[in-house]
Ligand binder design. Structure first.
Ligand SMILES: Cc1cc2nc3c(=O)[nH]c(=O)nc-3n(C[C@H](O)[C@H](O)[C@H](O)COP(=O)(O)OP(=O)(O)OC[C@H]3O[C@@H](n4cnc5c(N)ncnc54)[C@H](O)[C@@H]3O)c2cc1C
Length: 238
């Protein structure tokens, strides 16, 4: 999996700070934005105070755009359930998937028998895909018209590429859900990669962010599902 930051909002801490301040100040946000007297650290602390009181919307003014490759369609199917975001994904109509790459679950890698079976399934599907493309060509159906139907047999493990834009509020929500050990391993890996980038770029907002238990200080998942890092709610005193 490769996760690269393409772009993030310039002067984001100042931007969020100015938006937060506008709510409580008689001054104009444009003036607050230009005011150099307050340090970035102070601005960060103010943002944290406001956000922890539940006033999260100022975080929506700043956003991050990531380019991701080497992930499966199984991952992106889960990812796009996060609706407050923008996505641009490699198309299986415009890009032919003959001899496609695929993601291998770690448990398969650690077992020769599983790995052999998995690889042979992928090889078989790849062969069937090519056969369908050839048969469609014989009927005069080529290019995207052929790809769009041949793809029906492709597996969820097929490798894909996607560009993701999320604002900071949505990113925190995404990390709360997907950094948790309850999340599926591949999307969890993506969430942690994105979080590390966000923390590096904007520690004022993202340090201390992670699965929701890190904020709640208890596990909301319940007895059988808790990883044990925090007590479950009924034992937590909350
Ligand atoms: C461990 C785990 C297991 C899961 N298992 C399943 C499963 O088996 N089947 C399944 O279908 N999904 C499953 N999901 C997906 C899950 O149900 C959500 O669809 C997904 O996590 C996106 O979360 P969201 O809707 O909170 O967030 P987003 O779409 O990112 O939205 C962010 C927030 O905006 C608000 N919001 C967004 N849209 C609306 C709306 N239309 N109306 C009101 N408020 C809105 C909500 O407050 C929401 O929390 C699973 C997720 C996790 C983390």
């Amino acid at each position: 999996m490769k996760v690269k930051l393409l772009e993030s909002t310039k002067d984001a801490v100042n931007l969020i700070y100015s938006a937060c301040r506008q709510c409580y100040s008689a001054r104009f946000a444009a003036e607050i934005f230009r005011d150099k007297k307050i340090s970035k650290k102070e601005k960060g602390l103010f943002i944290r105070k406001i956000v922890s009181s539940g006033h999260e919307s100022p975080l929506e003014h700043a956003k991050f755009t990531f380019a991701v490759e080497g992930v499966s369609r199984a991952l992106t199917h889960q990812l796009v359930r996060h609706r407050i975001a923008s996505y641009s994904q490699q198309s299986q109509r415009y890009v032919k998937d003959e001899s496609f790459s695929y993601v291998t679950p770690p448990v398969f890698k650690s077992d020769t028998l599983l790995m052999k079976e998995y690889e042979s399934c992928m090889k078989m599907i790849s062969g069937c895909y090519s056969k369908l493309i050839r048969l469609l060509e014989k009927k005069g159906i080529t290019g995207e018209s052929a790809n769009q139907d041949a793809r029906f047999i492709l597996p969820q493990g097929v490798e894909t590429k996607i560009v993701i834009t999320m604002n900071c509020r949505e990113l925190i929500h995404f990390f709360n859900q997907r950094c948790c050990t309850r999340a599926q391993w591949e999307i969890r890996q993506l969430a942690w990669c994105m979080l590390r980038i966000c923390v590096k770029k904007m520690p004022e907002v993202f340090s201390g962010i992670g699965p929701k238990c890190e904020t709640l200080k208890y596990c909301p998942e319940g007895g059988n599902f808790s990883c044990g890092k925090y007590p479950v709610k009924k034992n937590s005193g909350f």
